[in-house]
Write a protein that binds this ligand. Structure first.
Ligand SMILES: NC(=O)c1ccc[n+]([C@@H]2O[C@H](COP(=O)([O-])OP(=O)(O)OC[C@H]3O[C@@H](n4cnc5c(N)ncnc54)[C@H](O)[C@@H]3O)[C@@H](O)[C@H]2O)c1
Length: 316
């Protein structure tokens, strides 16, 4: 089928494109290359360099390509930027997304898959949370993800546009930008590979569910099948949402210890003051994705870390 992947030159989006191409789909990527890279885009996918905030251009791209599915991964992903520049964040992450949905309806798109965030919308989760748990997005970035899920629900009911939201855990793996603000695995690996002490903010006891990008890309394929086999309208926005994670959580201190082994780093981490607003515990229940999408993360953490380290080594 014809699939438009926004953000398909980025870290996660480019792996999603690879999986779609390998499954025989025709893929068009729309990306402004603000954090993405042309080299990430599979040679069998076409890339259009455009900004989603250019609403007319976006509509034009959809009108010409007329995809059956829009897989929406483009976003402003820097939580701290969303705090410093919330209007910029909402323009990219909400307004441009609503324009994308509007254009999708006009050009006959049947379904949308949305890259949402488990870490950003649930708030603190002392136990693994299921999809219907109360939401506590504490950053503008998280508020935007929750808002888009609300719009998707409204578009399903108002315009018959099918959708699913995939609420990712902490995604890591090859192609994650080690110089960015997010992505602790990539940032630590890069520092340790160059013999530099990585910095742990706070005690290092913060728990996260680290999921490898190749598992996440596979989840997108399973969700694509699910999207078109589902006929009932969702009763709540949570009906169309799936936590995509491993179900296990790891502390930052344990992550550092694992990376020490993989890299053969014999230094210690530096500790700095905790970052304001950083969650202590982010744990995601994965029962619904397992039952309904038949998704289970398959890549063991040590294997995923080795693949990431190898990629950073070769990209340096
Ligand atoms: N990395 C994670 O752990 C994680 C967790 C939860 C959710 N997500 C979501 O997954 C998606 C992909 O994240 P990623 O980690 O791959 O980040 P990324 O920065 O590598 O990918 C985002 C892509 O979108 C493009 N982009 C940004 N603004 C754009 C615009 N205005 N118009 C067109 N293209 C634009 C960028 O150039 C980039 O290629 C995002 O929606 C993000 O919020 C990521």
């Amino acid at each position: 089928m014809k699939i438009l992947v926004t953000g398909g030159a980025g870290f996660i989006g480019s792996h999603v494109v690879d999986h779609y191409i390998e499954a025989g789909h025709e893929v068009l990527v729309l990306d402004n290359l603000s954090t993405g890279h042309r080299e990430n885009v599979h040679h069998k996918a076409e890339l259009i360099v455009a900004d989603l905030c250019d609403h007319d251009r976006t509509s034009d791209v959809l009108e010409r390509f007329r995809p059956r599915l829009v897989n929406h991964h483009a976003a402003q992903i820097d939580i701290r930027r969303s705090v410093a520049e919330p209007v910029f964040d909402v323009n990219v992450n909400v307004t441009a997304t609503v324009n994308l949905l509007q254009s999708a309806v006009r050009s006959g798109v049947e379904g949308v898959l949305f890259a949402s965030s488990g870490g950003a919308i649930y708030g603190e989760t002392p136990a693994p949370v299921e999809e219907q748990a109360p939401k506590a997005p504490i950053s503008p970035y998280g508020a935007a993800k929750a808002a888009v899920e609300g719009y998707l629900f409204a578009y399903a009911h108002t315009f018959g546009l099918k959708s699913l939201s995939l609420r990712y855990g902490n995604v890591y793996g090859p192609r994650q930008d080690p110089t960015g603000e997010a992505g602790v695995v990539a940032i630590f690996s890069r520092a340790m590979l160059s013999g530099t002490q990585p910095t742990i903010y706070g005690s290092g006891a913060q728990l996260r569910d680290y999921v490898c990008v190749e598992d996440v890309a596979r989840a997108n394929l399973l969700a694509t099948d699910r999207l078109f086999s589902e006929t009932a309208l969702p009763s709540t926005p949570d009906d169309g949402a799936y936590n995509i994670a491993t179900g296990a959580s790891t502390s930052v201190n344990d992550l550092f210890a694992l990376l020490k082994e993989v890299i053969g780093f014999d230094g210690e981490a530096a500790y700095a003051d905790p970052r304001t607003g950083e969650l202590m515990e982010s744990r995601l229940g994965v029962g619904k994705a397992s039952r309904t999408l038949s998704f289970q993360a398959q890549i063991p953490f040590s294997e995923g870390l080795s693949r990431t380290v190898e990629w950073i080594r070769s990209a340096r």
